[in-house]
Write a protein that binds this ligand. Structure first.
Ligand code: AMP
Length: 180
């Protein structure tokens, strides 16, 4: 897979993300990644960047959070030859589940995972488009740990540093491509 050099990649993603003020609530500056999805070179670059970081880390599964975590998690799982595991909103997963509730930058939410999605001892990457307060990723990491998995790292395309989600996830390793 050919990828852009890191500086070019970061700049290109930064220029491509669309800022939408006051969505979904007044005061939230929404980082819209749909223009990034429209550019295969950027998607290849993002996948390649995280795959290079974790290629030799013995990753068994990539967990992506509904729904934008799926978009980056599935290609990364393929590239790492790992399982992809969806962490889903309530009412979506058909089989036996574990659940965690958490606070969002806007509102509160619950995520579910199938009880057999992560096996005891498996090494897991958690992937989402963006980390804000870290609540979503902390809940996902708890689901992984309740099933006996080990969270090797949490990866995000975008990090909103002023909300310090990184501290909420400590001591887990946090990787982000673009920081605001
Ligand atoms: P948090 O749990 O506070 O870290 O929020 C992260 C989750 O909410 C991710 O799944 C993001 O997709 C979404 N999110 C939170 N804030 C924003 C934002 N400003 N722009 C886009 N997505 C956001």
């Amino acid at each position: 897979m050919t990828t852009l050099p890191m500086n070019d990649l970061e700049g290109a993603i930064r220029r491509t993300i669309r800022d939408v003020p006051d969505f979904p609530k007044p005061g939230i500056l929404f980082k819209d990644i749909t223009p990034v999805l429209a550019q295969p070179e950027l998607m290849r670059g993002i996948t390649g960047h995280f795959a290079e970081l974790y290629r030799n880390a013995g990753i068994d599964a990539v967990v992506g959070m509904e729904s934008r975590g799926f978009l980056f998690g599935v290609p990364l799982a393929l590239e790492l030859n790992a399982a992809f595991v969806p962490a889903r909103k309530p009412g979506k997963l058909p089989y036996e589940r574990v659940s965690e509730s958490y606070a969002l930058e806007y509102g509160s939410a619950t995520l579910d995972m199938h009880v057999d999605a992560v096996k005891p001892g498996q090494r897991v990457l958690v992937v989402d488009d963006l980390i804000a307060t870290g609540g979503t990723a902390v809940a996902t990491a708890k689901l992984v740990e309740r099933l006996g998995g080990k969270v090797v790292a949490c990866c995000f395309v975008i990090e909103l540093c002023f909300l310090d989600g990184r501290s909420a996830l400590a001591p887990a390793t946090v990787q982000s491509l673009i920081q605001y």
